[in-house]
Design a protein. Structure first.
Lengths: 168, 168
DNA sequence: ATGTATGCAAACCATTTGCAATGAC
DNA sequence: GTCATTGCAAATGGTTTGCATACAT
C-alpha cells in the first residue's frame, strides 16, 4: 500500500488542489479525515473520467480500503466545493472528473469511451454568450458519435459481409 | 377519457411523426399497438421535457392507463427510432424530449426547471465543427445556472436579511 | 393460429440512510 | 470528552426482467 501522508502533511500541503479542499473543510467546520484526503489524492491521479466503482477499485488495488458510503460522501463534498463534476452520459452510469479547463466531451455510442478535447473556439463562444435573464454558472457539451477505432471495426465487419455475399 | 383513434387510423395517419413511428415499427417487424400510439400521442402534446412519472400521470389523468413497463418499452423504441432523446441533468432523474430542432438547455440549479432556447449561432458553430477522427451523430449542450425567478427570490431573501441585521 | 406485446410483481443495482463504533478536534 | 465521520447493513427508488395473459398479424 502506498503510504498516505498524515493529516498535518495534508493540512500544510502546498498543492493548490489539496489546499482548496482543506479550506473548504475549514470554512464549513468539517473534519479533515484520512479517508477524505486519500480519496482526493487518488482522484488527482486519475486522468479523465471515472465511476465510483472504478475509483474504489483503484483505491483497493492501492491497499486503501474506504467504505462505499464514505466515497459517495466525499465525492459529494468535492462537488459542493466545486472541485469535481458529475456527468451522466446517455445510457451510462454516473462518471466524475476534476474540474479543470472547460472542454468538450466526445462520447462513443459504440464502445462508451469518453474523450475530452480542448476547444478554445467553443470556450470563447460560451464566454461571450449571455442567456437572457439566466445567470450561467457552468456548462457541459456532450458530443455523441463513433470513435475512430469503432468506425474501423465496423468497416472491417462490413467488408467481410460483402466478401461473404460475393462468395455465395 | 379522450378517445384514442384506432390502429388503422394511426397506420394511415398523415402526421409525419406518427408516420415515422409506424414506418419504424414496420421495418422492424414490430406490432402497432394501441398503447404505443397512445404513448406517442401524449408525448406529442407535451412541450419540452418530461419524466416517465409525469408522462404516466398525464396519461392517467386522461383516463388512459398503461403499465410502467410498457411506457419504458415504448420510450426505448422511440429513442431507437431517433424520435426521442433522454437527458440526465445534474442531480435529477432522467427526462425525455422529442427530437426537434437542436437547442440549448438552460437548467436552473435552484428550482430544477429546464428551458430550451434556440441558438442559431451555436447550431452553425456545431455544424461546421469537425472533431478529428470522430464521427458526430448528435450533441447536447447543458447550461447550468440560476433562472430569473430564483434570482429574484434570492435577492428578496438577502434584502430581508439585511433589514433584519439593521434592526438589531 | 402464432408469437409479440402487455401488465403485474419480483428482481436489480446504484445510491442513500440509520446507527453503533471510531477518531478529529 | 464531544460530536462529526466512518463502515456496515438495510432501505430506497428508478429501471429492468420473468412470466402468464391478451391481442396484432
Amino acid at each position: 500500500m502506498k503510504t498516505i501522508p498524515n493529516i498535518e502533511d495534508y493540512a500544510n500541503s502546498v498543492n493548490p488542489v489539496v489546499r482548496k479542499f482543506s479550506d473548504y473543510l475549514d470554512q464549513h467546520g468539517m473534519r479533515k479525515t484520512t479517508e477524505r484526503y486519500a480519496i482526493l489524492e487518488h482522484i488527482m491521479n486519475i486522468n479523465g473520467h471515472f465511476t465510483i466503482e472504478e475509483l474504489q477499485q483503484i483505491m483497493d488495488g492501492d491497499g486503501f480500503r474506504v467504505s462505499r458510503s464514505t466515497v459517495y460522501n466525499t465525492i459529494e463534498l468535492l462537488i459542493e466545493a466545486k472541485m469535481l463534476r458529475r456527468h451522466v452520459f446517455e445510457g451510462m452510469q454516473a462518471q466524475y472528473e476534476r474540474i479543470t479547463l472547460p472542454h468538450t466531451h466526445l462520447i462513443c455510442t459504440t464502445c462508451g469511451r469518453v474523450k475530452e478535447v480542448k476547444d478554445t473556439n467553443f470556450a470563447a463562444f460560451m464566454n461571450a454568450r449571455r442567456f437572457n435573464a439566466f445567470n450561467t454558472d457552468h456548462y457541459s457539451l456532450y458530443v455523441y458519435g463513433t470513435c475512430s477505432s469503432c468506425a474501423r471495426k465496423s468497416r472491417r465487419v462490413k467488408a467481410e459481409n460483402n466478401k461473404r455475399k460475393k462468395s455465395l
